[in-house]
Design a protein around this ligand. Sequence first.
Ligand code: PGA
Length: 256
Amino acid sequence: MNKTLRRAVIAGNWKMNKTPAEAKALVEAIRPLVKDAGCTVLVCTPFVDLAAALQAAEGSNIEVGAQNCHFEASGAFTGEISAPMLTSMGIRTVILGHSERRQYFGETDQTVNLRLKAALAAGMQVILCVGEKLEEREEGITGEIVSMQVKIALQGVSKEEMARVIIAYEPVWAIGTGKTATSAQANEVCHEIREVVAGLYDRATADGLTIQYGGSMNAKNAAELLAQPDVDGGLIGGASLKAEDFAVIVKAATEG
Ligand code: PGA
């Protein structure tokens, strides 16, 4: 399939790191290094850093996103942030269903689906995270697990809305562990996800879908991963906190 049909997206997932002052400094450090990027450059910061990051990114090609949102627009949900709250401050993109949310905060495929529909209804773009655990890979059910996660998350999502969905394939065993999937493993599952989307919608929707790989992607291994036919970008944790490393990955996506 022709990769040029798709937008390459390199997204930093800062997780629970950086104060607003540190976020400003990191965006300012990234800014000159990625100014000629041939891909979308996104940094997803903690909620409290969004305003500072937006301000530091103003007038640049860096987009700022969030790492979660609730499925209701407002109400008695202590500690949560809604999609309309994010859009009101100029945030267009949100990561949903990250494995850390699933593992530590009780997120399920069903709540991911609710959050995803709420974010899309608010006009947002979503990075939907899916991925198998180590034991699931060892049991040989990676394809089934990832297909199920994609199918449940996308229930009730229209073909038109799919233009605002990015899927990130993140094998849980590769996140923050320094163990990267081989480029062949990454491509195989990204390809499977594309076929699931083709089955749910149609070929054109699947061919236009940006699918990222995430899990210990770094300055050294990014070029090989991003050169794979079904890997259209990366969701980067650890390496996105270092401006130079992040910029090397952006450059690899521009070339890949
Ligand atoms: P990592 O995290 O790059 O630190 O492995 C990726 C992610 O969790 O999105």
